[in-house]
Design a protein around this ligand. Structure first.
Ligand code: GLV
Length: 330
């Protein structure tokens, strides 16, 4: 039996790549940038399995370009780059990599919060610009984390990870989610709040929802207007949840105190974005899950999903399990 053909859209860590190389006839896009959409389309025509990244747009046309394409495995927990209803309608199971990146992502969100609160970027720039002449009683004063109120929007795995960390720092934690988690409120010492209350009372607002039509630009001018003038917003979820123009206006005018972003709209952030001119806006390049160990585990999970799909087995972590009731592509 010839090995099934697959296309892997970027060089993922060897832990997963080795599994794919061993079991398939793998074609790998080795570019540093994602394959252009035309290349992706051409490659997909040839294969039964696709291992994609969040930078690859997977739409119905791509799925229709090859009726033999029977599994798509996304190297990410998020899957807003893929048209899931279109995949389900066509009998294509979609894999993702939940769980393994929860704590790594929460670590980074907490890091960003602390860095923004204590003005770490400005402080580093200050030293490097040779401005540090003496100890200053009012030099680069920031905000305390301990005793502050953290507002968590989206109380899934990563949001809960933030709450755990916040508990260790003596923060008061409010959360908002479309699903209230009364079961966790006592054990995690968190309080459910509606969005308005959360925005009004929080010193730090951190976003952990997925991107969908209700969360797109959820953090907009109206939301910033409700926040404290000292409040800091943290986004490690998806860029378009925060309206970048409204964020710029809110930061510039002092409606809010700061922002720390791992994700932006668009991505990468344009080099001429006005957000990059603001000292109170800290931006890193979508690295929340980027620890060596976690990216290795994500690669293994993505490979395991891909290989299961090729064998006609259920994906270990499947985004659209309802596809199995409708019948999957053979
Ligand atoms: C990263 O953003 C992911 O969804 O895994």
């Amino acid at each position: 039996m010839p090995k099934p053909k697959v296309f892997v859209t970027r060089l993922i860590p060897e832990e997963g790549l080795a599994m794919v190389r061993e079991a398939t006839a793998m074609k790998l896009w080795e570019g540093e940038l994602p394959p252009p959409h035309k290349v992706l389309l051409d490659e997909v025509r040839e294969v039964e399995g696709l291992l994609s990244l969040l930078t690859d747009k997977i739409d119905a046309a791509l799925m229709d370009s090859n009726p033999r394409l029977k599994v798509i495995s996304n190297f990410a927990v998020g899957y807003d780059n893929i048209d899931i209803p279109a995949a389900t309608a066509r009998g294509i199971p979609i894999g993702n990599t939940p769980g393994v990146l929860t704590d790594t992502t929460a670590d980074l969100a907490f890091t960003l919060m602390m860095a923004a609160a204590r003005r770490i970027q400005e402080s580093i720039d200050y030293v490097r610009a040779e401005k540090w002449k003496t100890w200053g009683p009012k030099l680069l004063m920031g905000q305390d984390i301990h005793g502050a109120t953290l507002g968590i929007i989206g109380f899934g795995r990563i949001g809960q990870g933030m709450a755990k960390r916040a508990g260790g720092f003596g923060m008061r934690v409010l959360y908002y989610d479309v699903y209230r988690r009364q079961d966790l409120e006592q054990t995690m010492d968190v309080t459910f709040a509606d969005m308005d209350t959360l925005l009004r009372e929080s010193d730090f607002v951190t976003v952990h929802t997925d991107l969908n039509e209700t969360t797109r630009h959820m953090m907009n001018a109206a939301a910033f207007a409700k926040m404290k003038p000292t409040a800091i917003v943290i986004n490690t979820a998806r860029g378009p949840i925060v309206d970048p123009q409204a964020l710029y206006a809110a930061l510039k005018s002092g409606k809010i105190g700061g922002a720390a972003l791992d994700v932006t709209e668009p991505e990468p952030i344009p080099t001429d974005s006005p957000l990059l001119t603001l000292p109170n806006c800290l931006i890193v390049p979508h690295i929340a899950s980027a620890s060596v160990a976690t990216r290795g585990k994500m690669a293994q999970m993505a490979a395991a999903n891909l290989l299961a799909g090729l064998r006609g087995e259920k994906l270990p972590t499947c985004v659209n399990p309802e596809v199995y009731e409708r019948g999957v592509r053979k």
